[in-house]
Ligand binder design. Sequence first.
Ligand code: PBG
Length: 326
Amino acid sequence: MAFPRHRPRRQRTTPALRRLVAQTSLEPRHLVLPMFVADGIAESAPILSMPGVVQHTRDSLRRAAADAVATGIGGLMLFGVPCDEDKDPTGSVGVDPDGILNVALRDLAADLGDATVLMADTCLDEFTDHGHCGVLDAAGRVDNDQTNRRYVELAVAQANSGAHVVGPSGMMDGQVAAIRDGLDAAGYSDTAILAYAAKFASGFYGPFREAVASSLQGDRRTYQQDPGNAREALHEVELDIEEGADIVMVKPAMSYLDVVRAAADISPVPVAAYQVSGEYSMITAAANNGWIDLRTVVLESLTGIRRAGADIVLTYWAADAARWLS
Ligand code: PBG
């Protein structure tokens, strides 16, 4: 191919022209803010490995959530951090209507109503004393089907507490189908499922484990995916769509943009990607050292995730980015 007369720089001459020809858009509505709410703390507590992110109290969460929603972001994803003494082998505090995640969902549902999309992490790792995303069998392995039964109880509790969307993130086989059936049977057929469809066993979750005060020893390689497996990731995406996922997610984002693209190419439902804690911390650390410009790099990283095909991006910068964009 030859385009002897073509001079692409002509399209870059003025800001207005660049705006006119911009292919990928990044708007506040594309962004979802993950937030942490902790039980048993008197004041919001900084997460040292994620400078700028905190564990909220119920009250500070209400204020921060209202501020974030006012920036025009698309939604909130809530994670609960119970007291250590409330953790048990089956994560009961996640199902308990008085557990921290469920009370915080009720707070936000009362404050915000349908003004935002309220989402909840539907997983057990924050609530179990062993820190795994499921319940264990006698040999100490994560039991797939018992775990799914627990996920149904979690999802119903979250829907009952006001979540518009539940987000199963434990990578059990059949979790989406089980939750869909369970929600429908409990009368929550309008509650949507954002499925963590292709979730890799990633070192980039390191700071998150501090954020939720995880009790995990060992790793999650029997349920999260091997980072090299792209074909299997697409199979996971297809299975979740067939099981009734309303949105499918790839996680982490930056090291898996090929998977985001491949999922976007086949998915009939919206695709999300999660810019995870380690991605946040790396960029923050470099920016705090003066090595890169925070705003430029954050918006560039989010634009890259959108360009790869993500309709929705979960990012700890959601509210900041929304402010920078407007
Ligand atoms: C599991 C869960 C994890 C994250 C979101 N949901 C952690 C894990 O699988 O260990 C990670 C999010 C992040 O790193 O920002 N409930």
